[in-house]
Design a protein around this ligand. Structure first.
Ligand SMILES: Cc1cc2nc3c(=O)[nH]c(=O)nc-3n(C[C@H](O)[C@H](O)[C@H](O)COP(=O)(O)OP(=O)(O)OC[C@H]3O[C@@H](n4cnc5c(N)ncnc54)[C@H](O)[C@@H]3O)c2cc1C
Length: 213
């Protein structure tokens, strides 16, 4: 933790544990990455994956975000897992359960074999089990894609998982209070409209978390 990543507001929610950072990143599919372009901040959602102590991001070479990030300017990535709603007896005290991380730094663009391996790791993170059966990427697809890493060096982690924090005078009110947890599950796969006949969903989808029995 640095002075820039020291959590000041509700510091009791700060978690100084790299393992918790990793556990958040390993569940997350999206990071919001912020850059400043011509004095204007832009925060954009992009897919993300963790590789050791690096956050991997990939996108179009034509994207302003990726061109800017590749130039090595300072950036900020935030990763949020929403875990539930905290229903207090007042709107003021109602809040959310979450695990969130913020990473500050500058990105480095990957090339060659490192880029290829990183792309496989990103695909494996998003589509576990699918890399082996996918058609190989073409040279043009490879060239059109920018892959960058952000080192997990300067970061903060904030976790909110407490009870409703109502005023003492509100505790005797007849209003229900509690937590409504949120879980993230995959639904039933739907075959593409243009899928050739006889092809069924791959077996590895059974390993993805679902709400189905
Ligand atoms: C899903 C979700 C919903 C939220 N809703 C609200 C809301 O409605 N209103 C509200 O005021 N706040 C909300 N927060 C908390 C919010 O993200 C900030 O932590 C809070 O507003 C304090 O901001 P600050 O600038 O005073 O932070 P400070 O504590 O001054 O920030 C200092 C440093 O702490 C770290 N930090 C701060 N917040 C976070 C974070 N969330 N995750 C990781 N590192 C962090 C950063 O490194 C930052 O540079 C929410 C958080 C999440 C994840």
């Amino acid at each position: 933790m640095t002075e820039r990543t020291r959590i000041r507001r509700l510091p009791q929610k700060a978690v100084d544990d790299r393992a918790v950072l990793y556990s958040i990143l390993d569940l997350a599919l999206i990071a919001h990455v912020a850059i400043v372009d011509d004095g204007q901040p832009y925060a954009l959602p992009v897919g993300c994956a963790r590789d050791g102590d690096q956050l991997l991001l990939h996108g179009s070479k034509a994207s302003r975000l990726f061109k800017t990030l590749s130039s090595g300017v300072p950036c900020c990535a935030t990763i949020t897992l929403l875990d539930g709603l905290v229903m207090a007896r007042s709107a003021f005290e109602s809040s959310m359960h979450y695990r969130s991380a913020m990473v500050l730094g500058s990105c480095v663009e990957l090339a060659g074999e490192e880029k290829k391996e990183a792309l496989e790791k990103i695909t494996q993170h998003f589509l576990p089990g699918r890399v082996a059966e996918l058609r190989k990427s073409t040279d043009n697809e490879f060239k059109a894609t920018s892959v960058i890493t952000l080192a997990l060096v300067e970061y903060s982690v904030k976790v909110s998982n407490g009870e409703p924090d109502d005023l003492v005078e509100d505790l005797s009110s007849p209003i229900w209070a509690g937590i409504v947890p949120m879980t993230h599950l995959w639904g039933t796969p739907r075959s593409a409209a243009n899928l050739a006949e006889g092809i069924t969903p791959p077996a590895y989808l059974a390993n993805w978390p679902t709400g189905r029995a």
